[in-house]
Design a binder for this molecule. Structure first.
Ligand code: BTN
Length: 281
């Protein structure tokens, strides 16, 4: 693991983002990550709740204290995080995922991972950023409300090899180092620590590139390659309003470029949700 991050495993916490924000206010150093075995009050984007199951989900947050970064660059970190998760899933599990702008990670049209980046400022300057990732690992089912659009690593691996046992699939698909943590008898804490380290290391690779320009200049092409709705019709929901458009990629700030009535508009992530015309993707 790079020296940049240090992972602390906690047994139970309301929200890893909130816990880390508390530590940040008390002066915790950049690179501190908190991973919970059980998260009881997980927060999602736009005021939603994030469901997780003790030991079966990865719920982890990391603290960033970038120097001299303009505040309007912070929402873009959410896209950087998404790219890191996508790469991590491929390296560790052999799972090829896609990104639903700005940062949901989806496989076969269902959400595997969510990302919530939060920031606190002091007199109009960024004080710290907490970047939180929730990844579904072993869940076999989800609450009625989100079941239609949710998936987990186990469900996706099983989908790839329906006739094989999960242990055989782990042997086949997981990276050599990851495999050891998915054997029975290994504690949830060591598995989650391993996954957190690998995930935040992947994030660091993309974050370093992002920090060269504080935008998506060098990441844009790869991001667009992974964009699930690229050149497809989507529905943009902003509060009670919604309208249809065609997704055409992102700009360097990470705004979604959409074509509406022959003109290109830029959509900022703020309080907007993007859906497929007929469902979640
Ligand atoms: C979303 O898709 O709406 C974002 C979900 C983010 C969930 C993660 S889990 C770890 C961290 N702690 C939280 O309370 N939320 C994020």
């Amino acid at each position: 693991m790079s020296d940049f991050f240090s992972v602390e495993i906690v047994e139970q916490v309301g929200s890893t983002n909130d816990e880390l924000k508390k530590c940040a206010r008390e002066g915790a150093p950049e690179g501190l990550c908190i991973t919970a075995i059980e998260q009881t009050a997980g927060k999602g984007r736009v005021g939603r709740v994030w469901e997780s199951v003790a030991g079966n989900s990865l719920t982890t947050s990391c603290l960033l204290r970038p120097k001299d970064i303009p505040m309007n660059c912070i929402p873009t970190i959410t896209l950087v995080c998404g790219m890191a998760v996508k790469k991590f899933l491929e390296r560790e599990f052999g799972i090829i995922s896609q990104i639903k702008w700005p940062n949901d990670i989806v496989v076969d049209g269902k959400k595997l991972c969510g990302i919530l980046v939060e920031m606190e400022a002091i007199s109009n300057e960024v004080n710290f950023i907490v970047s939180g990732i929730g990844l579904n690992i072993h869940q076999k089912d989800f609450s009625e409300e989100i079941a239609y659009k949710s998936t987990s690593i186990d469900l996706e691996l099983k989908h790839m090899y329906p006739d094989e046992s999960l242990d055989t699939i782990y042997e086949k698909c997981l990276s050599e180092s990851c495999r050891a943590y998915f054997l029975s008898g290994i504690s949830a804490a060591s598995k989650l620590e391993y996954l957190s380290k690998k995930l935040w290391d992947s994030f660091k690779e993309y974050y370093d590139i992002f920090m060269k320009t504080c935008d998506m200049t060098y990441l844009r092409e790869e991001y667009e390659d992974g964009l699930v709705n690229m050149n497809q019709s989507i529905k943009i929901e902003a509060g009670k309003d919604s309208y249809e458009a065609i997704a055409r990629g992102i700009n360097n700030r990470g705004a979604l470029l959409v074509e509406v009535a022959d003109s290109i508009q830029e959509i900022d992530s703020g309080e907007v949700s993007v859906r497929g015309i007929y469902g979640y993707v």
